[in-house]
Write a protein that binds this ligand. Structure first.
Ligand SMILES: [Mg+2]
Length: 396
């Protein structure tokens, strides 16, 4: 086969808008209506292009440093050297590539995309083929919307939840933990309960409800027990990060769930930057969590392949975090979700698409699988054009 190597790489900041303004969570002030995606495009000899976003590196990085990283990691590299592949299935990093992927998992997603496009096969097949025919997704935009419209209060969240269901969603996540920072702990708990009840009344019995407190119940296990008691009749599917990951705290939560007759899952792990770190190992081995949530783009495909190997047989399911990954994150999640046996649901920010080709069809709360090579997504050049003036380019 002729040499197929990466000849140019670009890094471009592109703002993506939400469908509405997003309010606070337990500890961060209003998210707002827009987030930035640091889009990386790596083009190889034949014109194939791998895409990813470098948001994690740019969180504390600079354009200059990130370009230097991309130059060393990618420029001039043979596409065949990006991934180790046996019998058409990825087994790990290509020779010498592990050091580049280790703290920058998003780069391994670009590798799957480019290798798939050069070979003309789907990244799902590079994982060994699909495990599901569609990928369920949940609306993750129900922040403390009551603070944006105090007059309406909890009903504001209920109304937005009803709109999400009208838009086709069958699962929603509600931010809780108002007493962590923005209200007194007990008043915050009461508002959290009111919000959950308002949403259940607004969406009816068939929609899945997840809740996420971003540790907002730390040091308040008594209030958390009361919350669990009051919301259990509304049928919560999972409780996420109600408190900071801690064996004793999670034992207490398990006891609360049992006491109040809840069969909800306990999930956490999005803050684990070096998974699976020790406390999460303990939670997994002690059977105290049911879902593990390192970020899909930050930790990347090779990272998640390794995590699934480690989670096998533990009963802990794959629920990657995706908030902040913008429009690109949905594509990355759909591919991984299709290939992952224990995947539960895609965290969808529902950003307005403008620089990527359309997502697969969304029907009955789930995405169809992409059909194109790689991730099945390309840059929409007309949507990208206005952002090209901020493009940073390196070439061989
Ligand atoms: Mg979360």
């Amino acid at each position: 086969m002729a040499s197929e190597r990466i000849e140019s790489v670009t890094l471009t900041p592109i703002p993506s808008s939400y469908q509405k303004e997003l309010g606070k969570n337990a500890y961060i002030d209003n998210i707002g209506s827009q987030r930035l995606e640091w889009v990386v495009r790596a083009r190889s000899t034949s014109g194939a292009e791998g895409i990813s976003i470098a948001n994690r590196l740019m969180r504390e990085g600079t354009v200059e440093k990130t370009l230097a990283f991309l130059k060393d990691a990618l420029l001039g590299r043979e596409v065949d050297d990006l991934l180790g592949i046996y019998d058409g299935v990825v087994t790990g990093a290509g020779p010498g590539m592990d050091r580049w992927y280790r703290h920058n998992g998003w780069l391994s997603i670009l590798a799957f995309d480019l290798v798939g496009k050069v070979r003309g096969i789907s990244a799902i097949d590079l994982f060994g083929g699909k495990k599901h025919d569609s990928v369920p997704a949940y609306d993750t935009t129900l922040y403390f919307q009551d603070f944006l419209n105090p007059a309406k209060g909890a009903q504001q969240v209920g109304d937005e939840a009803a709109q999400a269901v009208a838009d086709g969603w069958r699962a929603l996540k509600l931010k809780l933990g108002r007493g962590g920072r923005w209200m007194l702990p007990e008043a915050g708990m009461r508002r959290d309960i009111e919000v959950v009840h308002s949403v259940r009344e607004s969406v009816g019995p068939d929609v899945k409800i997840y809740v996420d407190a971003n540790f907002g119940y730390d040091n308040h296990l008594d209030l958390l027990d009361r919350l669990i008691k009051e919301v259990t009749p509304t049928d919560i599917f999972w409780f996420e990060e109600m408190i900071t990951h801690d064996v004793d705290g999670y034992k207490a939560m398990r006891e609360s769930l049992a006491r109040h007759g809840s069969s909800a899952l306990l999930t956490c792990g999005e803050v684990d930057r070096n998974p699976i770190s020790e406390v999460f190992q303990d939670l997994i081995e002690d059977g105290l969590i049911d879902g593990y949530q390192p970020d899909i783009v930050g930790h990347g495909y090779l990272g998640w392949m390794e995590l699934e190997r480690q989670l096998k047989g533990t009963g802990v399911r794959t629920i990657p975090h995706n908030f902040g990954n913008g429009t690109f994150g949905s594509y990355a999640s759909i591919v991984w979700g299709a290939a992952s046996e224990t995947y539960v649901s895609l965290e969808d920010e529902r950003n307005i698409r403008h620089f990527l080709t359309p997502l697969p069809a969304f029907t009955d709360g789930a995405y169809a699988l992409p059909t194109g090579p790689g991730l099945g997504v390309d840059i929409d050049e007309s949507g990208y054009a206005p952002h090209a003036k901020h493009e940073n380019r390196i070439e061989v």
